[in-house]
Design a protein around this ligand. Structure first.
Ligand code: TMP
Length: 209
């Protein structure tokens, strides 16, 4: 059995990642593919419990070091229980956020050194990272106002200050520049259906026979 395909969706708050991941899952399923749609932090029962610790409560609840380790702890569980078994079955794994979010949020955003994120990535992820990553880019103001329209208590990151969110946007651009073979930056101010077409074309040309 050949390994499945791993695609991640990245971006700041309110960029539309979840919508695009769902749309791609629908298209792939219509082609007869077996698809696992998952997310980080979360994606396994244990990682969903850790997610709750990360996305609720006061912005200053954790130190940057604790927060980084919580994201990697959630990721280790998600990889072991959800992602690796799916890739081993030959499934398409579509993940709403992955390690690039740690690099952006905890590295560029919260000051954790990138070499530390790199060794944790080698330790926890190894060779099981994404084959293709879509980075959805929207101006900070637009993203935050879209995100504010959502209900629920998962708003800890949204409440971090404006300069934090500006650093994230620049971070994702840097990540894309440093990983040109894997990352595609998309202007997500377009109507979602247009962004969806660009994503589908990219998947067809890069990954479908
Ligand atoms: P979501 O709202 O896109 O599901 O993501 C939850 C929050 O977690 C989002 O604000 C970004 C943040 N996050 C990190 O700070 N580091 C990470 O490694 C991941 C995966 C998410």
């Amino acid at each position: 059995m050949t390994r499945g395909v791993f695609i991640s969706f990245e971006g700041g708050e309110g960029a539309g990642k979840s919508t695009q991941a769902r749309a791609l899952a629908d298209r792939l399923r219509a082609e007869g593919k077996s698809v696992l749609l998952t997310r980080e932090p979360g994606g396994s029962p244990g990682a969903e419990e850790i997610r709750h610790l990360l996305v609720t409560g006061e912005p200053g609840r954790w130190t940057p070091e604790t927060e980084t380790l919580l994201h990697f702890a959630a990721r280790a569980d998600h990889l072991a229980r959800t992602v690796r078994p799916a890739l081993a079955r030959g499934d398409w794994v579509l993940c709403d956020r992955f390690v690039d979010s740690t690099t952006a949020y905890q590295g560029y955003g919260q000051g954790i050194g990138l070499p530390d994120i790199d060794w944790l990535t080698r330790f926890i992820v190894g060779d099981d990272g994404p084959d293709l990553t879509f980075i959805l880019d929207v101006p900070v103001e637009m993203g935050l106002s879209r995100a504010a329209a959502r209900t629920g208590d998962e708003n800890r990151y949204e409440r971090m200050d404006r300069t934090f969110h500006e650093r994230l946007r620049a971070a994702f651009q840097d990540i894309a520049r440093q990983n040109p073979a894997r990352c595609l930056v998309l202007d997500a101010t377009r109507p979602p259906a247009q962004t969806g077409m660009i994503i589908w074309d990219a998947v067809r040309s890069h990954l479908l026979p």
